[in-house]
Design a protein around this ligand. Structure first.
Ligand code: DX5
Ligand code: ZN
Length: 268
């Protein structure tokens, strides 16, 4: 006989974060897994033990030699790859989709962090979970009520999070943070690599870290380079997405060493 569905309650961490926001845990209605999440837990543990850590954004890599690029990044000490998915609709640019994530999954054990800049994350995010993503973030601007999809992705054993653009209302994000494994604070408007860092992200990182404590993984993306990385880590960023400051350099080992040397320990 099939087992009846378990009654599932939010984890202690979720309850703790809800209390921070003054939300009564009884009002919580989404289902959350209590079973072990082996893939998500492993990815989260890897990222936490490595933090602060640099995540190369593959947007500018040499796609004709993708496997060689991955090996060079592994040799440079990278723990996690950041994969920017753009649909030409949510953002005015297109990149790649499931086949690239699936191909990467076959050739590397690195954590795969998929950043969905797409209009319909409800339809496509689960497909990225199925092809081997470890972490998936989607934009609050695309899905202003993100909790059902966060729960679904967590139920599919991926680490799930919400991304927010610099121009968007930060207050609208806060009620959803308790349900995120990670939050992606954009320091450029999503869509293109090579833009300048917007320091509104620094204030947001500090506020999230102060309000929600050390358990939450905080990611920052856009314009992160040797000059801007220190202010991000000082204010609590764990995951530093870097595109042009890495891929426009001839030697990834040297570029990673310079970026790592510019990291400042957190002061919050
Ligand atoms: C922007 C992407 C970023 C970007 C980072 O929409 O999400 O990941 O490629 O590139 P840089 O570091 O050049 O800003
Ligand atoms: Zn990104």
């Amino acid at each position: 006989m099939p087992k009846p569905p378990e009654v599932i309650y939010p984890s202690d961490v979720v309850i703790e974060r809800m209390l921070v926001l003054g939300i009564a845990p009884e009002s919580f209605s989404e289902s959350y897994m209590t079973e072990p999440r082996p893939r998500a837990s492993k990815a989260i543990a890897t990222l936490k033990s490595a933090r602060p850590t640099i995540l190369p954004s593959l947007l500018l890599c040499d796609f004709a030699n993708l496997e060689r690029e991955v090996r060079l990044l592994e040799d440079a000490g990278v723990e996690c790859l950041h994969l920017d998915v753009m649909d030409g609709h949510f953002v005015p640019n297109m990149s790649y989709g499931m086949p690239i994530v699936e191909s990467l999954r076959k050739i590397t054990k690195l954590v795969l962090d998929v950043h969905l800049m797409i209009s319909d994350p409800v339809q496509y995010a689960p497909q990225f979970a199925n092809v081997g993503a470890d972490c998936i973030t989607f934009h609050l601007e695309a899905l202003p009520e993100p909790q059902a999809l966060l729960a679904k992705l967590r139920g599919m054993d991926v680490a799930a999070g919400v991304a927010i653009n610099p121009s968007s209302d930060f207050a609208a994000l806060l009620p959803h943070v308790p349900f995120c494994d990670l939050v992606l604070v954009m320091s450029v408007q999503a869509g293109f690599g090579g833009q300048s860092f917007n320091s509104v992200a620094v204030d947001r990182l500090r506020q999230l870290r102060t309000q929600f404590g050390p358990d939450l993984l905080l990611e920052v993306d856009g314009g992160v380079n040797e000059s801007t990385i220190g202010q991000c880590t000082a204010q609590g960023a764990d995951l530093l997405v870097v595109g042009s400051a890495l891929f426009r350099q001839a030697n990834y080992v040297d570029a990673m060493a310079r970026l790592n040397a510019a990291i400042v320990p957190t002061n919050c």
